[in-house]
Design a protein. Structure first.
Length: 320
């Protein structure tokens, strides 16, 4: 069995504001997650803006240092105290796909130069071998090398360029791809192409995914596991179908109630408009000022994890 993803007591504190009015935000507040599997899996992180899911992705990608705690991806410690993989080892294990493919490539460089650099530097291939590997990676996302070679990012549609990003991520044959809102800037008609591509890559190449999204419909469609986040905390985590068809945490229920059942798309703001920075500093349950079931204990004490019989974790005082 492999530890696909594990975080232990993961914290990330950001300081905002001016010199005279500093505010500390617990962007990640004691995040504990564990996915162990001998099969490739797709784990989705869902939550509103400000829930901490992108910060968690950045910690796992080693783009942000946590304030405390540790993170492990595919048996490699990537954050926290201990021996970490070298940059090359890391890039052959973990690859990112970002939200906006046009920001992932400079407009002054041809996209094939990025692919070549990855193949030569990370895969350590000769130039001839690199071209073969690039052609195969592009073929696996439905593109031809001849149609990509010598072209600049603005010569592609968003969907095509995101496919090139996926091909680039695939080149090192990573064990896991961290995809942060990978379809949110793509035309709706092309989104399912990319989502189905992830499923095909999981099946054909054994690649796992950490999929960060606002879109519950695609999360439901592709995920094996789902973690729901709120103000830096995990509130519910478990098998995707169980969590989304029978949510146990009041916040997960609110999310599902606030979107049309025929089309599970939820557009950022669900009940209140502003991100309340004070919510990040609540000592009790961070959801208590929006929860219809809140009781005194919820304001005073942070709920501990409750493991249900189906294996899911729920953080709520009322869940037994
Ligand atoms: Fe609501 Fe209390 Fe449960 Fe938090 S702990 S979700 S406030 S019932």
């Amino acid at each position: 069995m492999r530890t696909v993803l594990k975080t232990e007591k993961l914290h990330k504190v950001y300081t905002l504001g001016s010199l005279f009015r500093r505010i500390k935000i617990n962007a990640l507040d004691d995040v504990n997650l564990e996915v162990v599997s001998d099969q490739p899996v797709i784990v989705s992180l869902v939550g509103e803006s400000g829930s901490g899911k992108t910060t968690l992705a950045k910690v796992v990608l080693r783009l942000v240092e946590p304030s405390a705690g540790s993170a492990m991806v595919c048996d490699h410690l990537v954050a926290g105290k201990g021996t970490k993989p070298t940059k090359r080892e890391f890039l052959t294990t973990v690859q990112p796909i970002f939200q906006n493919p046009f920001e992932a490539f400079s407009s002054y460089r041809t996209v094939d130069s990025y692919l070549e650099r990855t193949a030569i530097y990370v895969n350590q291939l000769s130039r001839r071998e690199a071209i073969d590997a690039i052609s195969q990676a592009l073929a696996s996302v439905g593109l031809k090398y001849a149609d990509v070679k010598g072209k600049y990012p603005n010569q592609f549609s968003g969907g095509e360029l995101q496919r090139v990003s996926v091909a680039r991520a695939l080149l090192p044959h990573p064990k896991i791809i961290i995809a942060d809102e990978p379809v949110s800037m793509i035309d709706a008609s092309l989104r399912m192409n990319v989502i189905n591509l992830f499923l095909a890559l999981k099946r054909d190449f054994g690649t796992s995914f950490l999929y960060i999204t606002h879109d519950l419909a695609t999360a439901y469609y592709i995920s094996d596991y789902i973690a729901v986040m709120y103000r830096g905390c995990i509130v519910e985590f478990g098998q995707a179908r169980a969590v989304l068809s029978e949510p146990q945490h009041p916040y997960t229920k609110l999310l599902l109630d606030s979107i049309p059942s025929t089309r599970w798309k939820w557009e950022r703001k669900i009940a209140e408009s502003d991100i309340e920075t004070k919510e990040y500093r609540f000592t009790g349950c961070k959801f208590h000022n929006r929860c219809p079931l809140a009781q005194d204990i919820c304001r005073q004490k942070r709920p501990q994890v409750v493991r249900l019989s189906d294996g899911r974790d729920v953080y709520c005082h009322l869940v037994q």
